[in-house]
Design a protein around this ligand. Structure first.
Ligand SMILES: [Cu+2]
Length: 703
């Protein structure tokens, strides 16, 4: 018996612990001198096998054979301040939840000092403890009237700080609570300490400048110059409580009470759900996919296929959010360091919430757990990390024949696979959905608490870069840029991307080819090489890109079969060429990149994003520089989309969900509307509002 049903299944808890035990044993047997002194595991994750092997295993090719499973193990050594990366062959025989055979380390190396693995939550919590017990920080908060017992800090990646090369760093955003349970984000403190994340050494305390430091020279530009400045005017954090938890609001405002009049909406499926789950293979309404998951991407949709009247048609080998970055527009030190790569720097999958039935997810729900590693090497499980359910999606299609009022209407439905991740103050919900009409949608919901900084008493506002969401609390403007990695296999591995613009006909009114002046037409460009395929959204041309298979055409239109990429949420990175962010986020330089597939090219900002300087010779820039053919080849399409967040006071003290979406829509793929056979059923439970029963439901989602 093998330990896994599918080569892309995430590591089981047994596999994780086998890998960490094998690593410890391997290290124990090393000679002194080259031996790590203390192992703190960082990540243990599946090394996805080469695509050609998986395709063979899946049956796309003739010869299928078992695929050995391997884990990538990354750990830190606090004593030698080093980080290590290993490859472990996993046990081939697991029975009854126990490994019968042993795992074995087959490769390992010490990482360069500029390769910093992601920051774990345990490490962020550690930084908070260091801050709370550091004499200099205690003194600094006492100076502004903060009780050190009520001090909290969010550890953050630092991007790059040129003052401390080769060190693993965290910058800490400081806050205070006014009482237990109070929202700490209402009380930001006026300084930012920087810690060595290996040793806990406090390296510096940085003081952000005010919008107007009257009487002072303008703030110098570099981090080094800034650290040599005298400490600026200190001031206490804003003291007014700004809570979102009802029980906390009530303590500040005894008249507060939950609004009334919201009667329950129950979602019921009396005959059960319409999907099936076999291991991690989900089947629903002609769709089939394997649901992968890892600490970094979070949700991964593998081998997405569609059963088109008995023919299983391959669509996507792998879909995931491969990277994201949240750049802030603050150009003054140290605000320039705020551009968190939540995928690569933290591992957003590892930050998944345990979802709650009836609160996060309504109706008939299936959950999947997610397994990770603790620093100790033991596994840990986030229960119900992934939610799978169906939702009504409004009308699918409708027509009324106006002559005889004959009506035909069918309802659409989505199968939704989702998770929600908490990255310190912010929440991201990732919702992949499949539709009855062949559409795949990715909706990302942004919520949580916006990042804020403290303003000094009487400090002037700078309305062009931040919003004073509540007195003396400034929320700086920022972006959320996501990199959707699409490894397509539209009716086969040979695909290409065609750009379609819609433009007016060239001639003016009265001209020979546009006499009445109303003409418009599409212009197509088939991308030939990676450099040729660099493209940006153009709203004036209603620009779309279609991933198509040039070897197969629609029976009627003659167009290549394809899937169209559509989004109303293309956001452009504002950071200048040569800036830290530009160098580190090559995926965000343009909305579209296309590369020829090669194994192990999953992450466009590199494997080790934390403190990586990037530039022009790494990750996506390297793959693009090859300028390989992407026409009728095995290709990967990278789509960057997102939101610009000019914060509103209404986003405070907790932000109503903001959404960004991308659709992958069949285009010349199906012979006709693939949902013609969806029955026009009538919901027997729907009724006139006046007849609806009064039901009182006291359950709530505040836990
Ligand atoms: Cu935002």
């Amino acid at each position: 018996m093998t330990n896994s049903n599918h080569p892309l299944d995430p590591l089981s808890t047994v596999e994780i612990e086998s890998a960490t035990q094998a690593t410890r044993q391997f290290v124990d047997e090393l000679n002194e001198g080259i031996k790590p002194q203390s192992i703190q595991f960082n990540t243990v994750t599946l090394i996805e096998p080469p695509k050609h092997l998986v395709l063979s295993w899946l049956g796309y090719e003739q010869t299928a054979f078992p695929i050995a499973r391997q884990a990538e193990v990354i750990f830190l050594d606090g004593k030698t301040q080093t980080a290590w990366e290993g490859v472990v062959n996993l046990p081939t025989n697991i029975e009854g939840g126990k490994a019968i055979s042993k795992a074995q380390v087959v490769k390992w190396k010490c990482l360069d000092k500029d390769q910093q693995p992601s920051l774990l939550v345990e490490e962020l919590n550690q930084a908070e403890q260091w801050a709370k017990s550091n004499a200099k920080i205690i003194e600094a908060v006492k100076q502004v009237g903060v009780d050190p017992e009520m001090l909290f800090c969010d550890g953050w990646c630092i991007s790059i700080d040129e003052r401390f090369p080769g060190r693993r760093l965290q910058q800490c955003l400081m806050f205070a609570r006014s009482r237990p349970g109070d929202s700490l984000y209402a009380h930001p403190i006026d300084f930012v300490p920087v810690f060595d994340s290996h040793t806990g050494q406090l390296l510096t305390i940085d003081y952000p400048p005010l919008n107007s430091d009257e009487g002072e020279a303008p703030p110098p530009s570099s981090a080094k110059d800034n650290s040599e400045r005298p400490r600026k005017l200190r001031f206490p954090p804003p003291s007014t409580n700004q809570n979102y938890l009802p029980e906390q609001i009530k303590q500040d405002d005894p008249t507060f009470k939950p609004r009334e009049g919201l009667k329950p909406i129950h979602v019921t499926q009396p005959d059960g759900v319409s999907y099936s789950i076999d291991g991690r293979i989900i089947r629903w309404q002609n769709w089939s996919l394997h649901l992968g998951f890892n600490y970094r991407d979070g949700l991964v949709l593998n081998n997405v296929t569609y059963d088109d009247n008995g023919t299983i048609r391959p669509l996507f080998y792998r879909l995931s959010i491969a990277e994201m970055v949240v750049p802030y527009g603050i150009s003054k030190f140290p605000g320039h360091r705020k551009h968190a790569f939540d995928t690569g720097e933290y591992g957003i999958g590892a930050l998944s919430n345990s979802l709650s039935l009836g609160c996060d997810c309504l109706g008939s729900i299936s959950y999947m757990d997610a397994d990770f590693v603790k620093r100790s090497g033991e596994s840990k499980t986030t229960k119900s990390a992934i939610c799978i359910h169906e939702e009504d999606a409004g009308i699918l299609h409708k027509h009324t024949d106006f002559r005889d009022l004959k009506v035909h209407v069918a309802r659409n439905r989505k199968l939704i696979i989702s998770n929600v991740c908490t990255v310190a103050n912010y929440e991201y919900g990732f919702y992949w959905s499949l539709g009855l009409d062949g559409t795949i949608e990715l909706e990302i919901k942004l919520t949580g608490i916006v990042n804020v900084t403290a303003m000094a008493p009487n400090e002037p506002r700078n309305k062009s870069i931040e919003t004073e969401v509540a007195p003396r609390i400034a929320a700086p403007f920022h972006q959320h840029l996501f990199s959707l990695r699409i490894d397509s296999m539209i009716d086969g591995q040979s695909n290409q991307v065609v750009q379609t613009d819609i433009v007016p006909d060239e001639d003016d009114v009265g001209g020979p080819t546009n006499y009445y002046g109303n003409g418009f037409h599409t212009e197509k460009k088939i991308f030939t090489t990676s450099k040729n395929a660099i493209s940006d959204y153009d709203a004036n041309k209603s620009r779309t890109w279609t991933i198509e298979n040039p070897n197969k055409q629609h029976y009627s239109s003659g167009n290549n079969v394809g899937y169209k990429i559509m989004s109303g949420n293309f956001a452009t990175m504002f950071a200048k060429e040569g800036s830290m962010l530009y160098n580190r986020a090559p995926f965000a330089r343009h909305h579209l990149h296309v590369t020829k597939y090669q194994d192990s090219t999953l992450y466009p900002s590199g494997m080790y994003v934390n403190q990586c300087e990037g530039g022009e010779q790494f990750a996506l820039t390297d793959w693009m520089a090859k300028d390989e053919s992407v026409k009728n080849e095995d290709i990967v399409t990278w789509v960057t989309f997102g939101a610009n967040h000019v914060v509103r006071p209404e986003d405070w003290p907790i932000m109503p969900v903001e959404t960004v979406k991308v659709h992958l829509k069949p285009s010349n793929y199906f012979a006709r509307n693939p949902a013609l056979d969806v029955p026009s059923t009538k919901d027997a439970k729907s009724r006139l509002a006046e007849e609806a029963a009064q039901v009182d439901d006291k359950n709530c989602c505040n836990m």
